[in-house]
Design a protein around this ligand. Structure first.
Ligand SMILES: Cc1cc2nc3c(=O)[nH]c(=O)nc-3n(C[C@H](O)[C@H](O)[C@H](O)COP(=O)(O)OP(=O)(O)OC[C@H]3O[C@@H](n4cnc5c(N)ncnc54)[C@H](O)[C@@H]3O)c2cc1C
Length: 272
């Protein structure tokens, strides 16, 4: 669904209070300090902030606010320790007293009124948002979680009032096959998906083109990009053709989702 671009400027200084092991490759960092006093939660469970890390050169990446407790003045972010990348490395070595800066918060999870079911699809990076979604949903909802993590020890089960069924897949390809072949539950529902960017593109295409699901009934987002450095190199070589596809769609008066289709198609054509 189309939403205004989020405000990404650093607005709040957050001081690391403690670090907790969630699973083998997931670390919860709890932030606090007076810099968080003015933090305004969006209350959306896939609430995202841009975290500005105190590194040289400067580095900033999107993360989910796993928990925000205004009375305690605490904010949790769960970091996947994927082994490379400035954010993951900072989280691995962070000590109490270390500081980051956070943008204001925004989110996308907006089911259309009354629904019977939710299907939540994620890899490791999307699990913090799924945890927060499941903690908030009502008891009368049927929820399916379809997920994969590179390390099976990172498969999480979350507290929820709803009836939740988990399907864990070994990798992104089997997750894509599962999502594009499994029937959706009966009734009215909402699909939320946060996975690697190319997989996300293919899942969105299936929901939109094969199943004709309206944009109001789904949110599909790429949370990270496999082999990003090589992808950026290949993207730079064809970016004029991607830009042209986007420009043509905009000149033709297409809406946000149709422009996104045109860009996605151009990426597929270019092997991106
Ligand atoms: C809205 C939103 C919410 C997000 N919430 C969370 C969250 O709560 N927790 C979380 O851990 N991540 C979350 N992410 C994903 C996170 O922003 C990316 O994983 C980010 O790329 C990590 O930055 P980095 O500096 O560690 O690596 P980068 O500098 O971005 O990338 C360096 C290398 O690491 C690889 N890489 C990056 N991320 C991953 C990964 N997850 N698994 C394997 N390889 C990877 C890249 O392919 C690249 O080769 C979220 C993303 C979005 C868009």
């Amino acid at each position: 669904m189309s939403t205004p671009p989020p405000d990404e400027a650093p607005r709040h200084e957050a001081t690391l209070l403690r670090s907790t092991v969630v699973t083998a490759n997931l670390r919860r960092l709890t932030f606090g300090g007076s810099g968080l006093h003015g933090f305004a939660s969006s209350s959306l469970p896939d609430e995202r902030v841009l975290v500005h890390f105190p590194t040289e050169p400067p580095h900033a990446r999107s993360y989910t606010v796993r928990r925000y407790d205004p009375s305690a003045g605490e904010l949790d972010i769960d970091f996947v320790l994927h082994g490379h990348g400035g954010a993951a490395q900072w989280a691995t070595g962070a000590r109490p007293g270390d500081r980051v800066r956070l943008s204001s918060a925004s989110g996308w999870f907006r089911p259309p009124g009354e629904i019977d079911w939710l299907v939540l699809i994620a890899d490791h990076a999307g699990l913090p948002a799924i945890g927060r979604i499941l903690e908030q949903v009502p008891h009368n909802l049927e929820v399916r979680v379809v997920g994969h993590t590179a390390d099976p020890r990172d498969r999480l089960r979350f507290t929820s009032k709803a009836r939740v069924a988990y399907t864990w897949l070994p990798d992104a390809d089997t997750l894509l096959t599962e999502v594009t072949t499994a029937a959706l539950p009966a009734g009215i529902g909402y699909l939320w998906c946060a996975v690697e960017a190319r997989t996300a593109r293919r899942i969105r295409s299936h929901f939109r083109r094969t199943l004709s699901i309206p944009a109001t009934h789904m949110h599909v987002m790429g949370y990270w990009r496999e082999d990003k450095e090589e992808w950026e190199r290949r993207y730079a070589a064809v970016s004029d053709r991607i830009d042209a596809a986007m420009g043509d769609a905009m000149i033709a008066g297409k809406d946000f989702e149709a422009v996104r289709d045109a860009v996605d198609d151009a990426m597929e054509r270019e092997g991106l």
